[in-house]
Design a binder for this molecule. Structure first.
Ligand code: SOE
Length: 387
C-alpha cells in the first residue's frame, strides 16, 4: 500500500524529510501545513510537496495522510505529535522529542498506548559505520567498554548577532545546545555501546550572554549574522561539559558547544574497550578507526563487502562512493516506513530505529544534566519513573 505523508513545520529540516521520503518510492507526499494557508502553499510549491494546509488540524483531518512528520520548533512538538497520534496517524518527530522531560514522558505514554509507529529522528544512527561499531561492540570485538567519550561541536552561534529560537526557553525548551545536539550524542553513545547512562555531572555555560535579536530567527549553518533590533540576555547553555557513568561500569565524558569557531557539525564518538578501541567522526563518516595496544591500528573504510551484515544493510553504494548525512537520514526514514508498512508492531521494530521510548529516555538524560548543573555540579542519577 502506498502511504501518504504530511509534514507540519516547513523549516530547514523539512526539505530533508521530503528528500528521504521521495527516495523510498512507496510514499506519496500529500502536503504540508504551516502557519497560514498562504505560507504553506508557497512552501509546498517551492519544495514540490503537494498541497498546503491552513494549519496542522486541517492536515490531520485529511484521510490521505497516514504519516505525520513533525518538524515544528520544540515548543510545538508535544501539541502536534499528540494531536497526530489522537487522529490515528503514525508520527515521525524531530529531536528532541519535546521541550521538557515531562512533555516527553506524556508523548511516550501516548505513543505506547496507540497502535501506531512513533519515531524520533536521531538520524546519526543511520550511518553504516555507526552500525558497524554497534555490531562490533555487541559481538565483543573490543572487549568490555571502559571509556565512552567524545563531543558535538558547532560554530553557527559564535557571532553575538546570530540568534535562534532554540535560545529562548519558551520556544526551544529547558535546554538549548544539550537538547539540540547533546541529545544526538547521548543517543548515539547509548545506541552504539548498548549501555545506558546512569549518572551525570554537568557544567553548563553561556559563552555569549547577550545577543542581538533580529526580526527572524537564524537558520542553522547559514552563517548569516543579522543586525538585531534589540539586545537580549541569554540564559540557555551554548557550551556544556559532562562526566558520565554507564550501567556497564564504563566511565565517559562529552563536550557540547555551538560557539566554537571552525567546528561545523563535529560529532565524534570513541569507545575504548579492554581489547580495542573504536572511533567515529560525523564529518568523515565513511571511516571507522580501530585502535589496538599490541598491534597496528587500522582504519576501516566503508565497503559493503567488509561490513558486518547488520551494518551492510545501511550501506547502499559500493566502496569508494562516499555515503553521507542525507543517506544516513534516509536510512532512518526508510526503517520508519518499513516498520509502518509491516503494521508498526512493537516486536517488528527495526533494531536501529529510534522511537519515542528513546526520545523519552534521552530527555531523562538531558534533564539530569540540567539538574546536576543547577545543583552546582553534583552527580545526578538518571532515573526513569516509568521503568
Ligand atoms: C543545528 O544545530 C542542527 O541542524 C541540529 O538541529 C540537527 O539536529 C543536527 O543534526 C545538525 O545541526
Amino acid at each position: 500500500m502506498k502511504l501518504g505523508m504530511g509534514l507540519v513545520g516547513p523549516g530547514f529540516i523539512a526539505a530533508h524529510h521530503l528528500d528521504a521520503v521521495r527516495r523510498l518510492g512507496n510514499v506519496e507526499v500529500v502536503g504540508i501545513a504551516g502557519s497560514s494557508l498562504e505560507s504553506a502553499t508557497k512552501r509546498a510549491r517551492e519544495l514540490n510537496a503537494g498541497r498546503g494546509y491552513a494549519d496542522y488540524h486541517e492536515l490531520l483531518a485529511d484521510p490521505a495522510v497516514h504519516v505525520v512528520h513533525n518538524t515544528t520548533p520544540n515548543h510545538l512538538h508535544r501539541e502536534v505529535s499528540l494531536a497526530a497520534l489522537r487522529a490515528g496517524k503514525h508520527v515521525i518527530s524531530d529531536k528532541p522529542l519535546a521541550a521538557t522531560m515531562e512533555e516527553a514522558r506524556e508523548l511516550y505514554e501516548a505513543a505506547r498506548a496507540a497502535n501506531l509507529a512513533h519515531v524520533v529522528t536521531f538520524n546519526y544512527r543511520g550511518y553504516p559505520l555507526v552500525q558497524q561499531a554497534r555490531a562490533m561492540i555487541g559481538k565483543g570485538k573490543i572487549g568490555p567498554a571502559v571509556f565512552v567519550h567524545g563531543c558535538y561541536l558547532q560554530d553557527w552561534l559564535t557571532d553575538e548577532r546570530a540568534y535562534t529560537w532554540r535560545l529562548d526557553p519558551k520556544l526551544g525548551g529547558a535546554s538549548s545546545a544539550l537538547g539540540d545536539i547533546g541529545s544526538h550524542w547521548c543517543d548515539l553513545a547509548e545506541h552504539v555501546t548498548g549501555a545506558r547512562i546512569t549518572a551525570v555531572l554537568a557544567d553548563l555555560h553561556t559563552v555569549v550572554p547577550v545577543r542581538e535579536v533580529p526580526a527572524t530567527s537564524a537558520k542553522a549553518f547559514t552563517g548569516k549574522a543579522t543586525k538585531g533590533t534589540q539586545k537580549r540576555k541569554i540564559t540557555s547553555e551554548d557550551l556544556a561539559t559532562v562526566l558520565l557513568r554507564f550501567d556497564n561500569g564504563a566511565r565517559g565524558c562529552v563536550t557540547v558547544g555551538q560557539v566554537l569557531p571552525g567546528h561545523k557539525n563535529d560529532l565524534r564518538l570513541e569507545v575504548n574497550g579492554r581489547e580495542a578501541s573504536l572511533a567515529w567522526r560525523q564529518e568523515q563518516p565513511n571511516e571507522l578507526w580501530i585502535g589496538h595496544h599490541a598491534k597496528p591500528n587500522k582504519v576501516l573504510t566503508r565497503d559493503p563487502a567488509l561490513l558486518d551484515p547488520a551494518a551492510r544493510a545501511y550501506a547502499h553504494l559500493p566502496a569508494g562512493h562516499p555515503e553521507a548525512w542525507a543517506d544516513a537520514f534516509r536510512n532512518v526514514i526508510a526503517d520508519a516506513y518499513a516498520w509502518i508498512q509491516g503494521g508498526a508492531k512493537p516486536k517488528a521494530k527495526p533494531i536501529a530505529l529510534p522511537t519515542f521510548a528513546d526520545g523519552y529516555r534521552n530527555s531523562l538524560v538531558v534533564d539530569a544534566m540540567l539538574k546536576s548543573h543547577a545543583a552546582g555540579g553534583l552527580w545526578q542519577p538518571v532515573e526513569d519513573p516509568l521503568a
